[in-house]
Design a protein. Structure first.
Length: 292
């Protein structure tokens, strides 16, 4: 249970802590001060500490020395944010240059500021920078794709596979043969059609059965992508690996996913071989108000 105390001499009864604690409802506003009446319900989001205008809240998980005052002058302008968004591009051509592990750790650390469902903060990463290991995982991914495609085309197996993973997934796997054949030829010629010879492969994983695990993964991955750009690095999300890993226990074992965890996203990271010079346009999304 969280340990939460309110300094009654500092509390100005503004009610902000009550307002932001909308789900757990830890606080009540009483005559003399705000009071933590349901500390056992606290899920550790820290909103109360972040919002209190007088630093009256003492929370054991959020000591004030670890919670610096936000200077809004330090926030990027809307124009700077838009440039950062537009500068990020998926990259599949990398320099043959290793990444310092400390730099990777820093980028991973920055990605932790993304939101997580119920503030679980349970998302972690596996990093691979051994070219042999990355190559093995690339080959294993293609092998499993070929296996799925072969099973999906088998008229005796197909009905059972449909029951297990759904008709759409089976039809998609059945149609992969030509694509898998092309990948196999590419590998035979020294290519890597899965991870593109990137110097670093990152696989994000979360608790098995987590209802919002994929959401946590995408938030963290995008933070990581934007941070990598500021380090002069490029990234790409690898959907093929993710799609296969979700259906292949063999591939998950090859990766070394910890017990009780599921892979949720795969990214490659490295120095781009060809830096992008121009910002490209995107379609403006349709926006509908109050549709019926």
């Amino acid at each position: 249970m969280a340990k939460i105390f309110v300094d009654r001499t500092a509390c100005v009864r503004c009610g902000a802590c009550v307002d932001v604690c909308t789900i757990a409802k830890v606080f009540e506003l009483r005559d003399d001060a705000s009071t933590p009446v349901r500390a056992d319900a606290c899920w550790g989001c820290g909103q109360c500490v972040a919002v209190c205008p007088t630093d009256a809240i003492d929370h054991d998980r959020f000591p004030l020395e670890d919670c610096p005052i936000l200077d809004r002058e330090d926030l990027p302008t809307p124009e700077a944010l838009q440039t950062a968004f537009r500068a990020r591009r998926s990259c599949r051509t990398f320099q043959d240059k290793p990444l310092p592990r400390e730099q990777v750790r820093e980028i991973i650390s920055d990605a932790r500021w993304s939101p997580t469902a119920h503030n679980s903060q349970a998302f972690d990463w596996l990093a691979f920078d051994d070219p042999t290991r990355i190559d093995e995982l690339s080959e294993a991914t293609i092998d499993q794709m070929a296996r799925f495609s072969k099973l999906a085309r088998n008229p005796f197996v197909r009905p059972f596979l449909t029951l297990a993973i759904g008709r759409e997934a089976v039809e998609g796997a059945a149609g992969l043969k030509r694509f898998v054949d092309r990948m196999t030829r590419d590998r035979a010629q020294g290519g890597d059609p899965i991870f593109y010879h990137a110097p670093v492969l990152l696989i994000g994983h979360g608790p098995s059965g987590g209802r919002f695990g994929r959401d946590d993964a995408i938030y963290a991955a995008y933070n990581l992508m934007l941070t990598a750009e500021r380090h002069g690095l490029a990234t790409c999300q690898i959907g093929f690996f993710q799609a296969v890993a979700e259906r292949s226990a063999k591939l998950r074992r090859a990766v070394g996913i910890p017990e009780g965890r599921d892979p949720q996203v795969a990214l490659i990271l490295g120095y781009p071989r060809h830096p992008f010079r121009r910002l490209l346009p995107r379609r403006s999304p349709n926006l509908s108000w109050n549709p019926r």
